[in-house]
Design a protein around this ligand. Structure first.
Ligand SMILES: *Cc1c(COP(=O)(O)O)cnc(C)c1O
Length: 396
């Protein structure tokens, strides 16, 4: 199988990606692409990044054999423990990379958007560490909903800019952050939160997240002397999943499975399963599978896991689906909640609600395929979700 690992010169993976933005921004983004391509060959940059990943973020994160869960469901289930990273998820991998990139490019400030606040906290953390200013755009409604993360960002020294347009949530926050960036690109770098947005951002975030799969493959071989039959990860924008998939992309006998949130159901507006129910369209300056109605208007996505509720998805996943190198399945809210408790009770690990989608699918797989080896990317820890999950349980 011939797989394009990098986008073409216009930023496309197959039919997806690109730069649907005005000429000024295109010029600036292409400059970022050139700088990035140089830096990733630069020994100093690589050494600095690796140093931060090891001594600051706590990498490598272990691959753990979930013995109790495996015994209960009949397959061998392994967890790549991204929940153990500093700030509690995989996001620190690309946030450190983006902040270091900004620094090397001589920028003074990082501009980012955030929905649930996870990307905002990771970005504010990296900015604090590297001495950069940090402007975080966030919908007014999300600021109220996600108070603990907003408090953390403020403690870390970030400026929170409240976005009051439209629905006052993530989509508008992205729009306004883009506008701000257009005015400040000489002194600032945009730091996106997943493998989405116009080229070169998907390529850059993918590069920084690929450390997950690189580690996981050699750790898995060391533990088992073989490769997993399945690699399972949840898909919001698609960064943690692409990060682990890339380690196994050439291992054609390893099935790669992305798990999308089915939310409350199949209907438009009830889920955030863009690869499953979306149609080709353009969102935030790039082409991908987008949740939209017959007239092509983009609909708000929904999932119980706020880190997964984006109506688009990374172009690389659309491409991997087209060429059938990866498969995409869905898990609804209820199954994700059940998996949240199941992993907590059997292994003593409280997973993020996002990651619980992957755990739920792994359990379904295990029931059907006894004795297979399943590697799950546990993208984050569930501390942030505890209060919400308990209230949800009570109200059911
Ligand atoms: C943000 C987030 C996700 C979803 O983002 P991807 O880009 O799809 O990885 C998944 N898990 C956790 C814990 C997150 O914080």
């Amino acid at each position: 199988m011939n797989i394009n690992k990098l986008p073409n010169k216009d930023g496309f993976f197959g039919a997806y990606g690109g730069q649907y933005i005005d000429e000024d921004l295109k010029k600036e983004f292409n400059k970022i692409a050139d700088e990035f391509n140089k830096l990733k060959e630069d020994k100093n940059f690589i050494n600095e990044l690796n140093y931060l990943l090891k001594y600051y973020a706590g990498r490598p994160s272990p691959v753990y054999f979930a013995k109790n869960l495996s015994k209960k469901y009949g397959a061998e289930i392994y967890l790549k423990r991204e929940d153990l990273n500093h700030t509690g998820a995989h996001k620190i991998n690309h946030s450190l990379g983006e902040a270091l990139l900004a620094k090397k490019m001589g920028k003074k400030k990082i501009i980012a958007e955030t929905g649930a606040g996870q990307h905002g906290v990771a970005t504010a953390t990296a900015a604090a560490l590297l001495g950069l200013e940090c402007d975080i755009y966030m919908g007014e409604i999300d600021i109220i909903k996600e108070k603990p993360n907003v408090d953390k960002m403020r403690i870390l020294g970030a400026n929170i800019i409240s976005v009051k347009s439209g629905q006052k949530t993530l989509k508008e926050a992205v729009d306004e952050a883009f506008i701000a960036y257009k005015n400040e690109y000489k002194t600032a770098l945009y730091a996106i939160g997943s493998i989405v947005g116009p080229h070169p951002f998907p390529m850059i975030v993918e590069y920084f997240q690929s450390i997950i799969g690189k580690e996981a493959r050699s750790q898995f071989l060391e533990l088992t002397n073989t490769l997993p039959d399945y690699v399972v990860a949840c898909v919001g924008g698609g960064s943690n999943s692409i990060g682990i998939f890339n380690g196994f992309i050439d291992d054609i006998n390893t099935n790669l499975i992305g798990v999308e949130p089915l939310g409350k159901g199949e209907k438009l507006g009830q889920n955030a399963a863009s690869l499953t129910y979306g149609k080709d369209g353009v969102i935030h300056g790039f082409k991908c599978k987008v949740l939209q109605d017959e007239k092509g208007s983009i609909k708000d996505a929904y999932s119980i896991a706020s880190g997964l509720d984006y109506p688009g998805v990374g172009p690389k996943h659309c491409y991997l689906k087209d060429i059938k190198r990866a498969q995409y399945k869905t898990i609804d809210d209820k199954k994700a909640i059940d998996a949240f408790f199941e992993l907590s009770k059997t292994e003593g690990i409280i997973p993020a609600l996002e990651s619980s989608h992957a755990v739920a699918y792994a359990i379904e797989l295990a029931k059907k395929h006894k004795n297979k080896k399943i590697l799950v990317n546990l993208s984050g820890r569930g501390d942030k979700d505890v209060e919400f999950v308990l209230n949800y349980k009570i109200s059911q």
